[in-house]
Design a protein around this ligand. Structure first.
Ligand code: SAH
Length: 395
């Protein structure tokens, strides 16, 4: 018998609004001893059928909904259909014309809670972020191989959030031969080496694609400071766009070595780029003390606030770096400032940046509101899917 979750009275509301998460507090009882990741039926306190979901006994998110249709089974055909829809959506948006590195599946927003899949040329990298995906990962890998023609499917489930789901971390090749070294991808005509087994996230920050292109378009003749530069995404776009020079800062030596290789891949003159392995918080203070100034500053820090509970501490960190950046911008300069923290809303982020400008005694206007690229869509029934916020501020 299929396991069953019975909800507390009234707690069917969010399910009926099609929010894909069922929290532990909504569950009255569990029938049939389902194991972690198993598909269960979810019913109201009166026994009315609501949806089919993946059970996760250790997580606060006790179940993630697969389907609201009683006649839709959760089987291989189900995954095949959802994966196909996600890929076709991206084709229809023309995304494969901009790059051969694209997020194919963006979890809940593509109707596949807990699953991320990114394609890099002929390699697909998947991440299983919830208990419900784990039992299906080999089927998912086979379907992705078949639908994309990829040679190799890699799993990068080396992420903290798996602990909350009671799962161990895992990294490895699921199908095909391990890629030898870096895969070279093409983003808007520029080339980047991506190490899918050792790089951060699944290898590259695909969500910033559009924003890197915008920075490239606005960089001509500017002296640029790129903070949290990773493998040089914004740096390479800025130099290709005619920036005078770019100073890039990151704390990862490995990322900086990869960035230098990316300079060569694009035949960009090494003397226009300076790479600094340092902590950005300290490095910005040193630059300020030396009275350095720039025409464009990029701040793309890691997630300071995974949830709203960390918002206050995160706000101080954002304020700090944005304040220092405003102080070093020349008149007419542009600040590209980002937050990828789910716990910080667009409104809060804008307030923090406004406070930083005020304290720096700078008048600034927002010329562009930026967000995650279109291959990271946000389902309207899942606003949590919107995490990347960015402002271009002109001083
Ligand atoms: N803008 C990049 C992605 C940045 S990801 C791109 O478009 O590809 C964030 C980066 O910040 C990572 O490379 C990480 O190594 C670096 N980082 C994290 N904390 C840091 C710190 N305190 N100082 C400097 N770099 C840091």
């Amino acid at each position: 018998m299929t396991g069953e979750l019975v909800l507390n009275p009234g707690r069917e509301k969010s399910v009926l609004l099609r929010h894909p998460w069922i929290f532990s507090g909504a569950v009255q009882s569990v029938k049939g001893n389902p194991v972690s990741g198993e598909t269960v039926d979810v019913v109201t306190s009166k026994g009315d059928w609501l949806c089919r979901a993946a059970y996760s006994p250790t997580s606060q998110i006790r179940a993630r909904i697969w389907t609201w249709s009683q006649d839709e089974a959760v089987d291989e055909a189900y995954f095949s259909k959802r994966i196909n829809t996600a890929i076709v959506n991206r084709q229809q948006l023309g995304l494969f014309k901009k790059s051969d590195a694209i997020r194919l599946i963006h979890g809940e927003s593509d109707g596949l809670p807990g699953l991320v899949a990114d394609i890099y040329g002929r390699v697909v990298v998947i991440q299983a972020l919830s208990a419900g995906i784990d039992p299906w990962k080999m089927e998912i890998a086979r379907i992705l191989k078949e639908q994309t023609g990829a040679e190799c499917i890699v799993e990068r489930s080396d992420v903290e959030v798996r602990k909350l789901e009671g799962l161990d971390e895992f990294t490895g090749v699921l199908i095909g031969k391990e890629p030898a070294g870096e895969i070279t991808i093409n983003e808007a005509g520029l080339r980047f080496g991506v190490n899918v087994l050792r790089g951060q996230k699944t290898g590259f920050y695909l969500d910033q694609r559009e924003n890197r292109m915008l920075a490239g378009n606005l960089a001509h003749g500017r002296r640029v400071l790129n903070c949290f530069s990773y493998t040089g995404g914004f740096t390479i776009h800025a130099l290709a766009g005619g920036a005078e020079d770019v100073l890039s800062i990151d704390s990862s030596a490995e990322a900086i070595s990869a960035a230098r290789r990316n300079m060569e891949l694009n035949d960009l003159p090494a003397n226009r780029a300076i790479w600094m392995e340092a902590d950005v918080f300290q490095a910005l203070r040193n630059l300020r003390d030396r009275a350095e100034t720039f025409d464009m500053i990029i701040l793309d820090p890691p997630k300071f606030a995974p949830t709203a509970a960390h918002a206050a501490r995160a706000a101080r960190a954002y304020k700090d770096i944005n304040l220092l950046a405003f102080k070093m911008l020349r008149p007419g300069g542009l600040l590209f400032t980002f937050s990828c923290s789910g716990g910080v809303t667009t409104e809060l982020f804008q307030k923090i940046v406004a406070g930083a400008a005020q304290d720096a005694n700078v008048n600034a206007r927002v010329s562009h509101w930026m967000t995650q690229a279109a291959d990271h869509p946000v389902a309207l029934n899942f606003p949590e899917g919107h995490y990347l916020k960015g402002l271009v501020c002109e001083v």
